[in-house]
Design a protein around this ligand. Sequence first.
Ligand SMILES: NC(=O)c1ccc[n+]([C@@H]2O[C@H](COP(=O)([O-])OP(=O)(O)OC[C@H]3O[C@@H](n4cnc5c(N)ncnc54)[C@H](OP(=O)(O)O)[C@@H]3O)[C@@H](O)[C@H]2O)c1
Length: 298
Amino acid sequence: MDAIRNFFRAAWSSAERLEGKTVVITGANTGIGKETAIDLAKRGAKVILACRDIDKAQAATKEVIESSGNENVVCMKLDLADGKSIRGFAESINKDEPRLDILINNAGVMVCPYGKTADGFEMQIGVNHLGHFLLTYLLIDLIKKSTPARIVNVSSMAHSFGSINLDDLNSEKSYDKNKAYAQSKLANVLFTRSLAKRLEGTGVTTYSLHPGVIKTDLWRHLNGPQQFLWKMASPFIKNSAQGAQTTIYCAVEPSLANESGGYYSDCAPANCSAAGKDEEVAQKLWELSCRMLSITWE
Ligand SMILES: NC(=O)c1ccc[n+]([C@@H]2O[C@H](COP(=O)([O-])OP(=O)(O)OC[C@H]3O[C@@H](n4cnc5c(N)ncnc54)[C@H](OP(=O)(O)O)[C@@H]3O)[C@@H](O)[C@H]2O)c1
């Protein structure tokens, strides 16, 4: 229904400016993250590209500066598959940045073969959910000092196929790469809801979103037949600049200033799955994430 309604709506655009504001975007060296960086830099923000590969990040930073005409764009090393790297990144931001107005948790891995992060978490839940959970926890005080501020979590419609396996979040008993991706994207939706509840009245608002089906490097782990189907469908699939629009909408749209915890698609509010609204699972996931990361976040 959302998709049909949105098909007939005019494309979203906004002249909102971001001078004096600072934005962190994870996984901004390519795909949706890089296009988001270009757009927010054009609006005048200081943009920090938080990326795991510093060579790729430097090349992307140059491109963002050239495309936006904004020199106030930098990159920093952040590997979300390594708690030490996340802590180091957050420490530098907290020390050097007087404010953080918009945090965009965009980085992601999809349907990769079984692997573990440096801290022993299954790679998809580790990077897509736990890494961003820890990052947000470490930056939350700075974000609270920069209100009105926003936290945007890039999820996926794939969350609808997911469930949270509280007994085996790391898929150690059995690993299905599709289920693990869907679980991690559902975790993004639930984290956004839980975070909104905890941040009520602080001036920090949260958003999760589906960016669309977008031609990016994310699809690198598809198998042979899937790659073939993907190639056949690719003329009908959106490019990264189109794919960045809902992220940008959640980051800047003035009418969303008083909304928090919701899910968006095609630059509009959208319905997430019933599992994405399950307060009990959201609370249990929050507690489990804290235990796994050895942090206290009430
Ligand atoms: N493309 C789609 O159709 C689609 C659909 C629904 C949702 N999404 C979501 O959109 C977001 C962006 O994806 P995309 O399509 O733009 O994919 P992409 O082009 O593959 O970009 C993903 C970014 O995440 C980074 N990343 C991966 N692992 C990381 C780690 N351990 N630490 C830090 N960064 C890491 C990648 O870095 P490297 O370049 O170094 O690998 C890359 O910069 C993801 O959260 C994805 O789940 C995408």
